[in-house]
Write a protein that binds this ligand. Structure first.
Ligand SMILES: C[S@@+](CC[C@H](N)C(=O)[O-])C[C@H]1O[C@@H](n2cnc3c(N)ncnc32)[C@H](O)[C@@H]1O
Length: 233
């Protein structure tokens, strides 16, 4: 396939109707970016606000590290436990029910922290960022933010957001029955509206309030990411 043909296939999925296609999983693409940007040592890695652990499992597939999955939602972690059992990874992928604001790990104990799609829902993002910094070993890095990964196909990225828009009733059209059902399905969205923090300026404000040095990844892989490293001391 020529470069031009590949670019076209990436742009429109190679088919005229992306709406009829199954979306590919994005966690492998995000894991590639994590390795590229953080170049972590093998050791102890954390997927913070992991949900059912998609990114943590993708990282487990491409490393020999132990992966701690941390999330306040025990139901989501229960799914991760099942998946770890089914894939023979229970010895290496370990769930912890906790939050970013209180990470039950020793200072300077982990080689990598990554967190996808979660900081936007933390009650106290600066405190969560300070916790991430605290647990990193000297030289350890963190990639915290949200997105799909550089190699995720553009057509699928676009299609994902189209489906989100179409599947969620517009706020003003929601019936009284739909409101609590939607809240129950997405309990982590109660802290602030879904799209309010998804701006580089918002992330920069959290970093400043945390008092750590972190840079927005630019040019950004699809999404919005903060990268930081704990100093060598
Ligand atoms: C949109 S989901 C993202 C899940 C997963 N990282 C992914 O990429 O699919 C947001 C996750 O953040 C978690 N979360 C909410 N508040 C949190 C907090 N204070 N600390 C850590 N995680 C939190 C939620 O329970 C939820 O699993």
């Amino acid at each position: 396939m020529s470069e031009a043909e590949r670019a076209k296939a990436n742009a429109d999925g190679g088919e005229s109707d992306p709406a009829s296609r199954e979306l590919p999983d994005w966690f492998d693409a995000v894991a590639e970016d994590v390795l590229e940007y953080c170049r972590p040592k093998q050791g102890l890695w954390v997927d913070l606000g992991c949900g059912s652990g998609g990114l943590g499992f993708a990282l487990a597939q491409v490393s020999e590290s132990a992966i701690l999955l941390i999330d306040p939602n025990a139901d989501a972690l229960a799914k991760a436990v099942e998946r770890a059992r089914a894939s023979g990874l229970s010895a290496r992928v370990v769930p912890i029910v906790s939050s970013a604001e209180h990470i039950p790990l020793a200072e300077k104990s982990v080689d990598l922290v990554t967190s996808r799609g979660s900081i936007f829902f933390w009650k106290d993002p600066p405190q969560g960022l300070r916790e991430v910094y605290r647990i990193l070993r000297p030289g350890g890095r963190a990639l915290v933010g949200g997105g799909f990964g550089t190699s995720y196909p553009a057509w699928a990225h676009k299609e994902f957001f189209r489906r989100c828009r179409d599947s969620r009733p517009k706020k003003e059209n929601r019936t009284e029955e739909e409101k609590p059902a939607e809240r129950a399905e997405r309990p982590y969205e109660t802290v602030r509206p879904w799209n309010e923090p998804r701006r580089p300026e918002w992330l920069a404000e959290q970093v400043q309030a945390a008092g750590i040095e972190a840079a927005l990844v630019e040019p950004t892989p699809p999404g919005l990411w903060l990268l930081f490293e704990r100093g060598r001391t």
